[in-house]
Write a protein that binds this ligand. Structure first.
Ligand SMILES: *Cc1c(COP(=O)(O)O)cnc(C)c1O
Length: 837
């Protein structure tokens, strides 16, 4: 039971207003903004936090609002609308998945749902927030699990020299839209975690997202030692042990909380490796509930686990000192009657290397049955990163697929775009009802699309002026400077946006490679251009901070200062304004470091166009008709010469194509070529890069098979789970007995005939398959051809044979033995392969 912890006594006429204030999906849609403005305009403007706004007024004022018929009917309309959104038929209940899927737990270290709930740092959190919002739209049964940070991630301020200052404002849980959770006995829920020599208690909170709930844990409980109360103070604490404790809180605490709430999710989705410890806690419960050994329980837990990796470089995996595992997980190991070394081995490539750190991504992949990267290219990159765990696998068989990220379209569209999509009867798409987007957008006149673009740009310019003026005021700038900020930009000129984390791989300085040339592009008197820039640098990243300063200094140059603004404190609110308003969104990551990137997807629905490196999502989205690209689809490993070339390419594209196209108008002042691109980009890319598509992919491709397999394994006290584990043990213990004998190849009229002897030792014929394998070549996919078993030549040695109809040389085909079990996932659960050499 969720508890507001306050005694707001709402008048009958305002019933449901508190629920509106606590619903993150409603917040993101802005449908209730007018109501909050009416309740407390100053606090609403300053905080955009409906819950704080509602709590800020006294009872007399509440009564007064409750007797204002217009206000009350607006509130009741919203309450009704919310009710109908939460119960209106959506995609999931009518999809085949509804028959198999009961509940999925989605674990993430951060969630970016709203500015009012600052528990995210960047892209990973925004993705998790968009995932929850789309899941609620589609009616997918999901429960989110995360941590509640007292200070979240830092807020950025810039001083008058452009130096970044980091601020850590405290979020009072009573002022943010979270509710304390009570258990069945009406007492506040406290989740105990055993830490060395003490028990740490976690408080439990609930956040409403439409029909769904996100549960959060924090350690700021008075029962804890002061040093433990701060464990959940800051997102991504710099102290590795605190970080480890946070991940224990998320993984162990999170799963324990779900149990406490009586939930039994059949699928557990790990959004990045931070939450991988949930696998161990889940296995512990399975072991206890079904009285099976820990390895069997792990085998059951694994089959219901989905792991999404977001990292394009091995150095970015979360790794911990093995001594933490020993110190914190020995009690678990003892309870489960396994050695702590066995637990350590799950997070290592070489299980007995005492120095190798404990890698959370390795634990996650060893505890999951479905593993994916977040774009097609990132899937490829991830197969390389995890190749060491599957040393005998050809690279394309490393079991990592991909689901390209997407964004929650209704959260990122501007009011004008929303109107256009509504008029075109396309909004149902985001609730899983397929709509003919291309056809319907084709019918909208170019002038209408152009009017929407102009409207969006004007709105952004006026918002940016206010924001910049406030930023200068806080930095202590003089009156002229503030006045100038209020007149910066022009609502009618080509507007570029560039916002992201200021970190090396994003190449945030690329546009400033030749500042004078860029200034000439901006200030071309006939075809002027303006750019809004934003982004935070990690507090310890001095070169990132220096780059912010460089941009700031550039924005102060006399010749460009009305064309350039560095807007401080990149957050959801600023991101929303930017992606609503800009004509062209620029992204310059160093390939292949942008696992997916989502910010460029947010401009699509608003008719913004992308100019981006062919990396992450853009590598699969780009075609010449929908935007612009730099890069040659290859990696250049930080070569400065290549960076210079790419900078040159951006300038050239702007000068010769983008700027002229924007300013080439017909007799109605509509840039027809530009709008043709806008239309193509909106129509073809928006649905592909939406979170609605992403969530459906996860449900159909991963959750549904995972739920089915999980139930199969756990039935009858894990009968199949035990069988799979026995098979894994057999393979592990006796694989060395597998060997090949002589191979005979004979040409046939249509190809080749292969015959080979295979000794299987104790493993036997049922536990393996013998195949011919040929690498992918000349664009043809890799081939795997089953070989049939013939007679047992001598005890334990069998003859296998296969016909291959192929023009490829027989040398292309290599016989191999691979582990096989009808209920197991290979190579995830048995990476052994015996190749004929
Ligand atoms: C969308 C978003 C991101 C992700 O941006 P990428 O540069 O595409 O990784 C980060 N921060 C905020 C505030 C966002 O809204």
């Amino acid at each position: 039971m969720a508890d507001h912890g306050t005694n707001i006594a709402l008048p009958e006429t305002l019933r449901g207003l508190d629920d509106l204030a606590l619903d993150m999906r409603l917040m993101a849609s802005h449908r209730a903004d007018r109501v909050w403005h009416r309740v407390n305009p100053q606090l609403w403007a300053a905080s955009t936090n409906p819950w704080a706004v509602l709590k800020s007024i006294g009872q007399p004022e509440l009564e007064k609002l409750g007797s204002d018929p217009r206000f009350c009917s607006e509130v009741q309309a919203l309450v009704e609308d919310r009710r109908s959104r939460n119960s209106h038929p959506f995609w999931f209940p009518r999809s085949p998945a509804a028959k198999t899927l009961s509940l999925t737990a989605y674990f993430s270290m951060e969630f970016g749902l709203s500015e009012a709930l600052p528990i995210y740092a960047g892209g990973l959190g925004v993705l998790a927030g968009d995932y929850l919002k789309s899941s609620t739209d589609l009616g997918v049964p999901v429960v989110g699990v995360g941590l509640l940070y007292q200070q979240g991630y830092f807020r950025q301020a810039l001083d008058s020299q452009g130096n970044q200052r980091e601020l850590y404002p405290f979020s009072d849980p009573s002022e943010i839209p979270v509710q304390r959770l009570r258990g069945p006995d009406d007492a506040w829920i406290r989740i105990p975690l055993e830490f060395p020599g003490r028990t740490v208690y976690l408080r439990a909170w609930a956040v409403n997202v439409g029909r769904l709930w996100l549960y959060l844990l924090d350690s700021d409980d008075p029962a804890n030692d002061p040093s433990d109360r701060g464990i959940t103070a800051q997102l991504y604490d710099a102290d590795p042990e605190v970080r480890w404790q946070q991940e224990l809180a998320l993984g162990f605490g999170g799963w324990r909380l779900l149990r406490e709430l009586g939930m039994d999710p059949h699928v557990c989705h790990l959004n990045e490796g931070h939450a991988a410890l949930a696998i161990l806690e889940r296995a512990r419960w399975i072991a206890l509930d079904h009285a099976v050994p820990f390895d069997v329980a792990l085998t059951v837990a694994r089959t219901g686990t989905v792991f999404t990796t977001h990292t394009p470089v091995a150095a970015a995996f979360d790794r911990f000192d093995p001594s933490y595992v020993v110190a914190y997980l020995s009690p678990l190991a003892a309870e489960m009657q396994v050695s702590v070394d066995e637990i350590l081995a799950l997070g290592r490539t070489r299980s007995h290397d005492k120095a190798e750190p404990f890698n959370m991504a390795f634990l996650a992949i060893r505890g999951a049955a479905h593993v994916n990267g977040v774009s097609e290219l990132h899937g490829e990159v991830s197969r390389e990163l995890f190749a060491d765990l599957f040393p005998r696998c050809p690279i394309e068989e490393v079991p990592v697929g991909y689901v390209t990220n997407g964004i929650h379209v209704p959260s990122w569209d501007s009011p004008a775009a929303d109107e256009l999509w509504t008029d075109a009867e396309l909004r149902e798409q985001w609730r899983g009802v397929p709509t003919p987007i291309v056809e319907r957008l084709q019918k909208r006149p170019a002038a209408e699309l152009w009017a929407m673009r102009n409207h969006n740009r004007e709105r952004f310019v006026s918002w940016a002026r206010q924001r910049l003026a406030r930023q200068y005021t806080i930095a202590g700038a003089g009156a002229d400077r503030i006045d100038e900020a209020q007149r910066i930009f022009d609502p009618n000129i080509l507007t570029l946006g560039f916002a992201r984390r200021f970190t090396e791989y994003k190449r945030t300085g690329l546009l400033l490679h030749d500042p004078d040339r860029f200034a000439r592009i901006l200030t071309n008197p006939d075809f002027p251009v303006q750019i809004a820039v934003a982004g935070k640098a990690h507090p310890a990243d001095t070169s990132g901070k220096a780059m912010i300063q460089r941009w700031y200094a550039f924005s102060q140059r006399e010749d460009v200062r009305s064309h350039v603004a560095f807007l401080a404190d990149y957050d959801l609110l600023l991101a929303e304004q930017l992606v609503n308003g800009v004509d062209v969104w620029i992204n310059t990551p160093r390939r292949p470091w942008e696992a997916s990137g989502t910010s460029g997807m947010k401009v699509l629905v608003n008719g913004g166009l992308n100019l981006s490196e062919l990396d992450g999502w853009w590598a699969e989205a780009y075609t010449p008709g929908v935007g612009w690209a730099i890069g040659d689809r290859r990696e250049h490993h930080g070569d400065p010469g290549w960076d210079a070339e790419e900078a040159d390419r951006i300038y050239a594209l702007l000068e010769s194509e983008i700027v002229p196209m924007f300013y080439t108008r017909d007799h109605n002042d509509v840039p027809q070529d530009w709008i043709a691109r806008v239309r193509a980009s909106m129509a073809t890319l928006t649905p592909r890069f939406s979170a609605e598509r992403m969530v459906r992919d996860y449900v159909e491709r991963f959750y549904t098979p995972a739920a089915t397999a999980y139930r199969t394994r756990i039935l009858e006290n894990c009968r199949v789970g035990r069988d799979v584990q026995r098979w894994r043990q057999l393979i592990a213990d006796h694989w060395s007995e597998v060997s090949f004998g002589a191979l005979h190849v004979e040409p046939t009229t249509t190809g080749h005939h292969f015959r080979v002897l295979v000794s299987l030792g104790a493993i036997g014929t049922d536990a393996v398959r013998v195949q011919l394998y040929a690498d992918a070549s000349d664009g043809a996919a890799a081939e795997r051809i089953a070989m049939s078993r013939g007679e047992e030549v001598i005890r334990g040695t069998f003859s296998y044979h296969a016909h291959v109809d192929s023009s490829r040389s027989s040398d292309d085909y290599t016989p191999r033995v691979v582990p096989y079990h009808p209920d197991a996932s290979v190579p995830l659960e048995a990476e052994q392969i015996c190749w004929h050499s």
